[in-house]
Design a protein around this ligand. Structure first.
Ligand SMILES: *Cc1c(COP(=O)(O)O)cnc(C)c1O
Length: 389
């Protein structure tokens, strides 16, 4: 699936066949997990590895977190859990989508813990363990998001139900916060209060509420186990405050051509950008097929002519704006303000990374860093860098 090279940044090849490369900093992954573990206070910190570890690569991410000390892992689907199992032999793997009829085998064969989300899922689980088989499960309680989970009043009723199946004893109660990225949102405390009531009713069972942003809400939200995801990968969990995490992913693309164009000429599809000055345009080998979304064109796309600037990238230490529309394989950048001759075909342009925050690029396309990372596509050459910068 992914190549596992070990390169120090200084030795990344410039000559080479790759049109675009992703560099993943393994030391930053481990350090980010340790940071979230420390911020989780008395609670254990887990690690969320769904969607190929947010696009970063399941295997290197799992190793980094395991080595740093993580033993509780969360994935979205049973298939992801099966792929993770050999990488964390003695780890506990929770599957957030829960269980459905037909998927039971994967849970038994790979020792996965389903996070049961509904009465039906509980029934499927109880039927699967009816022959006296020992197998752990977790219970998902919806405390105010109306996504997955038993409604909190139903979870309360189930706790006190004398007819509750004897074998039904979850190892973890889990709920998910809807508004944790906004610490002042009143929804956070409401969900906390509902979750506390459920946790009290299931005396002695471990509980987990906080995603990355939830960890930053403080110890009230930590319970026994936290579930950081985006922060581990260097994303910004909380809006409007400086991001304390280390940058993990750098995405770069090769410049294929540098061209001169005259004031009054247009650039790219639909002649969407018209030059107001004589310009130098760098053509980068990156496009929406690589997950560099067309919506990054900002005002270059008609439906988004709202004055949004679109994305910038960084070339030789200077920000350069995207100009015109992102296409499938190619994107134009305006490099007029860089010294003449400084930009050459073959150079790499940083799309995001240490000099161009992931979240700034995400915001330019009207999305979040989660979507940008998980949509990166398969065409990048990937470098997993073990050496500390
Ligand atoms: C994805 C997910 C997380 C991780 O969230 P981040 O915001 O990436 O930290 C935690 N819990 C659940 C239920 C999730 O679906």
């Amino acid at each position: 699936m992914t190549k596992s090279h070990t390169f120090s940044r200084a030795t990344l090849p410039v000559a080479g066949e790759q049109h675009a490369r992703l560099t993943v900093d393994l030391a930053a992954l481990s350090e980010n997990w340790r940071t979230m573990a420390r911020r989780s206070g008395a609670a254990r910190a887990g690690a969320v590895l769904k969607a190929d570890a947010y696009g970063v690569g399941l295997e290197p991410a799992a190793h980094a977190f395991y080595q740093a000390g993580a033993r509780d892992f969360f994935v979205a689907t049973p298939g992801e859990g099966a792929a993770l199992r050999p990488l964390v032999p003695d780890g506990r793997i929770f599957v957030l989508s829960g269980l459905w009829a037909g998927a039971e085998r994967l849970f038994f064969d790979f020792d996965l813990v389903p996070v049961l989300a509904s009465e039906e899922q509980i029934a499927v689980f109880m039927a699967a363990v009816a022959d006296g088989r020992e197998h752990p499960c977790a219970l998902h309680v919806d405390t105010g998001m109306n996504r997955l989970g038993l409604r909190s009043e139903d979870a309360l009723a189930l706790a006190g139900d004398p007819a509750r199946p004897a074998g039904f004893s979850p190892v973890l109660l889990l709920s998910h916060l809807a508004c944790a990225d906004d610490p002042s949102h009143p929804h956070n405390r409401q969900q906390l209060q509902r979750f506390r009531a459920v946790v009290a009713a299931y005396d002695g069972i471990e509980a987990s509420l906080a995603n990355s942003a939830g960890v930053f809400l403080g110890e009230d939200y930590h319970f026994d186990l936290t579930r950081p995801g985006i922060s581990l990968y260097g994303g910004a969990a909380v809006n409007g405050v400086p991001n304390p995490m280390r940058c993990v992913v750098t995405a770069e693309a090769r410049i294929l051509q540098v061209r001169e164009a005259k004031a009054g000429e247009s650039v790219g599809y639909a002649a969407a950008a018209v030059l107001t000055r004589d310009s130098r345009i760098a053509i980068a080998a990156i496009g929406y097929a690589d997950g560099y979304m067309r919506s990054l064109s900002g005002a270059g796309v008609p439906l988004r002519r709202t004055g949004l600037a679109g994305a910038s990238a960084v070339l030789h230490g200077r920000p350069v704006p995207l100009i015109g529309r992102v296409t499938m394989d190619l994107t134009q950048f305006d490099v007029t303000d860089l010294p003449p001759g400084s930009v050459r075909a073959g150079d790499f342009i940083e799309l995001f990374g240490p000099n161009m925050p992931l979240q700034d690029v995400a915001i330019a396309s009207g999305t979040v860093d989660y979507e940008l990372l998980t949509g990166l596509g398969r065409r990048y050459e990937r470098y997993y860098q073990a050496v500390r910068k």
